[in-house]
Design a binder for this molecule. Structure first.
Ligand SMILES: [Zn+2]
Length: 315
């Protein structure tokens, strides 16, 4: 059997096979959970990593591939799973975290991801594949703007042809419904949520308890820098994302082109893993060692490096 190459981009069929293989090879700790269906009726699955089935355990949520074209995001989820499994029995910090489960969705926007692999004209796909409103010829909703918490807030568009179209209503999309239902019915279970994008080197800290999360975020950025010297900016999204976007043309410019050449997958994953691990261990220690208060349950957005240098050739 050929070793899976974590430093290449893989089409959906290979990622699905990889999930099956991982669950088979690590059947003591890994299970596949199917928790939803896309608009085109494909199954949305996650890998649950945990040593027992106690639902009272705490857990970490990570979703990748909300935006179809951001291929580094699913690549990171796969890398993350491999690292967690490799270190589960050796790393003392992970050892300590055995009272936590990991729920990792490698590709949430399955339809969009498959579409982005079709050919050069579809590579820039960001949204899912549901049809727009009846008076509109454009397909797709930006899933990131379809969740109840963010719906139609700044950065979203009501124009169904826009790449940030927020949908006809909050949670109009089956992919957003699936996550909301799965997480929502296990709310007390989760300690932290990660959603992974390709955008820039940014770590978006959650709202609420800003002093504490800022401290954790800055420490995580410090850990990231130790790996390959990359500087990640830390802040809330209004502060470092939307506030900097200004006019819509600035916003488009800031969007960058979310391609990362394959030779950047490894260093990007290595540093992002270190950063995520710092947030996770902080959440763990905060909960199980009773530091600060118990309100760590938060959403972290990791925006991984963008390979702007090769964007023109890929376009
Ligand atoms: Zn994105």
């Amino acid at each position: 059997r050929v070793e899976y190459d974590y430093y290449k981009y893989h089409p959906m069929s290979e990622i699905t096979n990889w999930m099956v293989q991982i669950a088979e090879n690590h059947s003591d700790v890994v299970t596949i959970v199917n928790y939803g269906q896309t608009y085109e009726k494909r199954t949305i699955s996650l890998l649950k990593i945990g040593l027992n089935t106690d639902w009272k355990k705490k857990a970490v949520w990570m979703d990748c591939g909300i935006h179809a074209r951001e291929w580094i995001s699913p690549a990171f989820c796969q890398y993350f799973v491999r690292q967690i499994l490799q270190t589960y029995k050796t790393d003392p910090k992970i050892e300590e975290m055995k009272n936590m489960d990991f729920y990792v969705t490698p590709v949430l926007n399955v339809d969009g991801y498959i579409y982005s692999w079709k050919d050069n004209t579809t590579r820039l796909r960001r949204k899912n594949r549901s049809p727009g409103p009846s008076d509109c010829d454009c397909y797709g909703t930006d899933l990131n703007h379809n969740f109840d918490a963010y719906w139609s807030t700044i950065g979203a568009s009501f124009n169904c042809c826009s790449r940030t179209f927020c949908g006809s209503s909050a949670l109009s999309e089956p992919e957003a419904q699936a996550v909301t239902y799965f997480v929502g019915t296990r709310k007390d279970h989760f300690l932290c949520f990660f959603t992974i994008h390709s955008y820039s080197q940014l770590l978006l800290i959650p709202y609420g308890n800003p002093n504490f999360t800022m401290k954790v975020g800055l420490a995580a950025a410090n850990e990231i820098k130790k790996v390959h010297g990359m500087n990640y900016t830390v802040g809330t999204s209004p502060d470092i994302l939307y506030a900097n976007s200004g006019t819509s043309s600035d916003w488009a410019g800031l969007q960058g082109i979310p391609f990362l050449p394959e030779d950047q997958i490894q260093p990007t994953c290595e540093e992002a893993y270190r950063g995520a691990l710092h947030v996770i261990t902080s959440a763990h220690d905060n909960t199980f060692n009773g530091a600060v208060d118990a309100t760590f349950t938060t959403l972290w957005t990791l925006l991984l490096a963008v390979g702007v240098t090769t964007s023109t050739t890929l376009l």
